[in-house]
Design a binder for this molecule. Sequence first.
Ligand SMILES: [Cu+2]
Length: 69
Amino acid sequence: MTTHISLKIEGMTCDSCSNSITKLLSKKDFISNIDVQWEAGTGEMDVETDDQKDQVVTLIERLGYKVVN
Ligand SMILES: [Cu+2]
């Protein structure tokens, strides 16, 4: 059972931004089907439970980007 989450992410300016977010999120077993697009400022992925969205936001913001939803 997975939950899909769609995030709006501010601060990405190039491929290496989206790559670094994807790489970090990939290390977590509970996150799958990660698709981060820097031009659109979006992050799509599946997590195992609803409450894991907060952990995803924390991980992304730790890299210096801002999740706005
Ligand atoms: Cu960049």
